[in-house]
Design a protein around this ligand. Structure first.
Ligand SMILES: *[C@@H]1O[C@H](CO)[C@@H](O)[C@H](O)[C@H]1NC(C)=O
Ligand SMILES: *[C@@H]1O[C@H](CO)[C@@H](O)[C@H](O)[C@H]1NC(C)=O
Ligand SMILES: *[C@@H]1O[C@H](CO)[C@@H](O)[C@H](O)[C@H]1NC(C)=O
Ligand SMILES: *[C@@H]1O[C@H](CO)[C@@H](O)[C@H](O)[C@H]1NC(C)=O
Ligand SMILES: *[C@@H]1O[C@H](CO)[C@@H](O)[C@H](O)[C@H]1NC(C)=O
Ligand SMILES: [Fe+2]
Length: 460
């Protein structure tokens, strides 16, 4: 029988700091489990890692692990090659204290550890935490950094804590190894900050079954706006130094740009953010278009929450001709430029959006006009960017309805719950398909975008 003095009983049997003297440990724990901690609404295991998720920092051979604890602990990841010695490698990072701005001012530690020098395409097994508590064991495959790699993505927006209809299918398909990365195009949890950010915690636990296994790449949506997007900015760990608001990264033959459409709508958080992002976008696109770069990564793909175009019957920005995202805002001083001209000028190939709780595919479009490659093969050498709107993953707000008289750029529409798959096959071929969860995983739409040429000159 073990008798001991426990200096930190909180970690041993999930209770507050108490002296346990001359009492068998298991008996003490049984007694202490009656302590009124749950009644007080505290999480009983404060040093146990949870909400584990991955992101790709944008540097070949790297992967970032992010997780949460409610007490301050060390931030370690122990890992090793699948089939090799378990946890033979280890990496350290740091934690930041995040204080939610809700009434309770709940505190949590967000841990971030970046793994480097990973072998491309090799599978690693890992856990994260510290000697005070470890996560489950997870695995991931380090991204293949070859430009001839053909990455497969799942992408969607508007996935919530309640009614996350597509989640089960996405979990299983992720477990089957169908995706190299996931793109979540804004609107999480509904909402991350609600119930003093407990909904955020719950949502991050829900997506762990996906996000702990493949990089989960994000952009902010309107549902993240509370307290100046602080739950979003603190919980995710995207590349760059913008608190996950805008950034870019490369995979296979694609350069992927993530942006915040929300800067056009929440001027109270800083009108200058529109300009800061715009300047950054211009620089990033300029760089991506240098001949030597575009030759290696010919596809430029953008993702942002609110579309420029849509044919839903709500009164959202994308239903108006003067969409802020598309044309900018002339009602601010100085006037703020929109994104359509910028993306067109730099030959963006594919633009991914969400926000509308529907799926809509557009014919190649610019300036509200259709620019098919040809009448028979609109997506073969299209003369304008291809837009996809995919915001129907599932949330408490149900799906939206369509305007019965769409404009001529609207090519295919569905109000089924679901998500999109994308494969950037090679320099000339990109495949997109829409999965209906309502129809048990049926593929209800698909296209090949084929381009012999990329960049502005491809439009001419
Ligand atoms: C864990 O955090 C709680 C809440 O902030 C605090 O009351 C408690 O003292 C901490 N426990 C340990 C072991 O650090
Ligand atoms: C990465 O992908 C390319 C293209 O499919 C392939 O030729 C290469 O073998 C892959 N690299 C590894 C390490 O598997
Ligand atoms: C909102 O957050 C952004 C990003 O951190 C920051 O640049 C901006 O100043 C903040 N705005 C306000 C009003 O605090
Ligand atoms: C674009 O192509 C589609 C499919 O062939 C066709 O239905 C549509 O009318 C075309 N639009 C224009 C403006 O050519
Ligand atoms: C690119 O992929 C397409 C579709 O799989 C294929 O038909 C084409 O031959 C590939 N091109 C090259 C250069 O491999
Ligand atoms: Fe939204």
């Amino acid at each position: 029988m073990i008798y001991r003095y426990s200096p930190r009983p909180a970690g041993r049997c999930s209770s507050g700091p108490v002296l346990i003297k001359m009492v068998p440990l298991h008996a003490a724990c049984a007694l202490l489990s009656l302590a009124p901690l749950l009644v007080l609404g505290h999480r009983p295991i404060w040093i146990q890692p949870e909400q584990v998720h991955l992101s790709y920092p944008g540097v070949p051979g790297s992967m970032r692990v992010t997780w949460t604890t409610f007490n301050e602990t060390e931030s370690k990841v122990e890992y090793g090659l699948l089939g090799g010695r378990l946890f033979e490698l280890s990496a350290k990072g740091g934690a930041t204290l995040f204080v939610d701005s809700g009434e309770e001012k709940r505190e949590m530690y967000i841990h971030r550890v970046t793994l480097t020098d990973l072998k491309p395409a090799a599978t690693y097994v890992y856990h994260c935490g510290s000697d005070e508590g470890w996560s489950d064991v997870f695995s991931f495959t380090a991204l293949n950094d070859s430009a001839s790699f053909s990455p497969r993505f799942a992408l969607y927006g508007d996935l919530g804590n309640k009614n996350p209809q597509s989640l089960a299918r996405l979990q299983k398909e992720t477990q089957l190894g169908m995706y190299d990365a996931i793109l979540h195009i804004g609107d999480f949890a509904y909402d991350l900050h609600e119930d003093n950010a407990r909904i955020g915690d719950e949502f991050m636990r829900q997506i762990q079954s996906i996000a702990a296994y493949v990089p989960y790449m994000t952009c902010p949506g309107n549902h993240e706006s509370t307290y100046n997007f602080s739950n979003y900015r603190n919980r995710f760990s995207m590349p760059g130094q913008t608190e996950s608001l805008w950034y870019s990264w490369n995979l296979g033959s694609a350069h992927i740009i993530s942006l915040s459409t929300e800067v056009y709508f929440y001027l109270e958080f800083g009108q200058e953010l529109i300009f800061r992002q715009y300047e950054w976008l211009m620089k990033d696109l300029e760089e991506a278009n240098k001949p030597e770069n575009r030759a290696v990564r010919p596809w430029i793909i953008t993702m942002g929450h609110r579309p420029m175009y849509c044919s839903d019957d709500d009164q959202d920005d994308c239903t108006t001709f003067d969409s802020y995202v598309r044309l900018g805002r002339s009602d601010v001083e100085p006037p703020a430029p929109g994104l359509e001209d910028l993306f067109y000028r730099y030959g963006v190939d594919v633009e991914l959006w969400a926000h509308e709780h529907t799926y809509e595919r557009l014919w190649p479009v610019y300036g509200d006009k259709v620019y098919n490659g040809s009448k028979e093969q609109p997506y073969v050498n299209p003369k304008a960017p291809v837009h996809i709107i995919t915001g129907s993953a599932g949330c408490r707000e149900k799906t939206d309805m369509f305007n019965p008289n769409p404009r001529e750029w609207s090519a295919f529409r569905s109000t089924d719950y679901g998500y999109t798959r994308m494969q950037v096959v090679n320099a000339t071929h990109l495949y997109l398909e829409q999965v209906s969860d309502d129809q048990y995983g049926k593929v209800i739409d698909s296209i090949w975008v084929e381009k012999e040429k990329h960049g502005f000159s491809a439009w001419l």
